[in-house]
Write a new protein. Structure first.
Length: 344
């Protein structure tokens, strides 16, 4: 139904506009008696074979929603009713910011892909916390944190500390985002010295708490294998809980569009099917190179249940959807969970 009727209608509108409309509808439906129950009955798959304990958290299934869709923690409960095992909100910055100028999101239908240059648009930490306080379900929440655009890199650590401290009581795990291509100079924080300093500071704060929470690092797919070696070393040295691999790519390799058409889309991170192989390659490399020393969440180009299984077989402990969810709809979650049960 989604792909035959709903998606063709949704795809007639500009991506960001339909995103707002869809979120508004889901928010409205969350208050309609019986709707959450109907969604849970139709989409949630309960089976012991799906359960995973990863970095100390018990997940009902290994399929999560990647950061970037529910940036401001608007509909995490409803998304949980669609079958996700966990939801990652954000990326959140200390202060609200509008992001980059519009248009800033584009569908590449021929390639089942998206390009976005949103630029960490969000309403800020305070707004999301107020919504997290009203959480109704038991859905696991990850908090993806970043820095404000106007914060210079030398002060970036202060923004991440603010995000960590503010969200600590309201999320189950953290993801440090230093890999988005849409905030100027952000990826420079993936370099060895600033990254080590940042992760050590967050772990210091984490260790001062009565109960610690997992801190993960989200990395770019555009890193070289030498840079990945550094990342593995830093994660182990700083006792970071794991890696999210990967963010969107600045590469335009393998697209079906002409050079002129690609130029019209402009800058931004590419997600979806074209990212699948590189993301899986990075997951496999990290897991093998580190001797499976820490968990990896696999994200990038999961458009089918086979794609998800491939990432899990490459060594991912959990996987996340974003573009695949937009193109394939909530049935994809159920299909992946059923495939995992079948393969168990």
């Amino acid at each position: 139904m989604y792909k035959i009727i709903i998606r063709p209608i949704l795809f007639k509108f500009q991506p960001e506009a339909i995103h707002r409309f869809t979120f508004g509808m889901l928010k409205f439906l969350s208050f309609v008696p019986g709707v959450p129950l109907i969604l849970k009955k139709n989409f949630i798959t309960n089976n012991p074979k799906l359960k995973r304990t990863v970095f100390g958290i018990d997940f009902p299934n290994p399929i999560g929603l990647a950061a970037g869709l529910d940036k401001d923690a608007d509909i995490f409960d409803m998304l949980g009713y669609l079958g996700f095992g966990f939801i990652e909100i954000g990326t959140l910055t200390p202060k609200a910011q509008p992001g980059n100028p519009k248009p800033r999101a584009f569908r590449l239908k021929k390639d089942q892909a998206l390009i976005n240059r949103m630029g960490f648009n969000n309403k800020g930490l305070k707004s999301s916390i107020e919504k997290l306080k009203r959480k109704k379900s038991k859905i696991i929440i990850g908090g993806n944190i970043g820095k404000n655009k106007l914060t210079p890199n030398e002060d970036a650590i202060l923004d991440y500390v603010k995000g960590f401290e503010s969200l600590f009581s309201y999320v189950d795990y953290f993801v440090v985002n230093v890999s988005s291509p849409n905030t100027p100079n952000l990826r420079e924080l993936q370099e060895k010295e600033p990254l080590t300093k940042l992760l050590n500071k967050l772990q210091e704060l984490n260790n001062s708490k009565k109960v610690q929470k997992p801190i993960l690092l989200k990395i770019a797919p555009d890193l070289s294998f030498e840079q990945l070696d550094d990342i593995i070393e830093i994660v182990q040295e700083t006792k970071t809980s794991g890696i999210v691999a990967t963010n969107t790519t600045i590469s335009r390799d393998g697209l079906s569009y002409t050079e002129e058409e690609i130029k019209k889309f402009g800058n931004g991170g590419l997600s979806g099917k074209p990212l699948k192989n590189r993301s899986t390659e990075i997951i496999r490399y990290i897991v093998q190179k580190s001797n499976n020393a820490f968990p990896v969440i696999g994200v990038g180009g999961i458009m089918t249940s086979e794609d998800a299984i491939e990432k899990l077989e490459a060594g991912a402990s959990l996987v996340q959807l974003y573009t695949g969810f937009i193109y394939e709809g909530p049935n994809l979650i159920k299909e992946i969970n059923e495939a995992i049960i079948k393969n168990a």
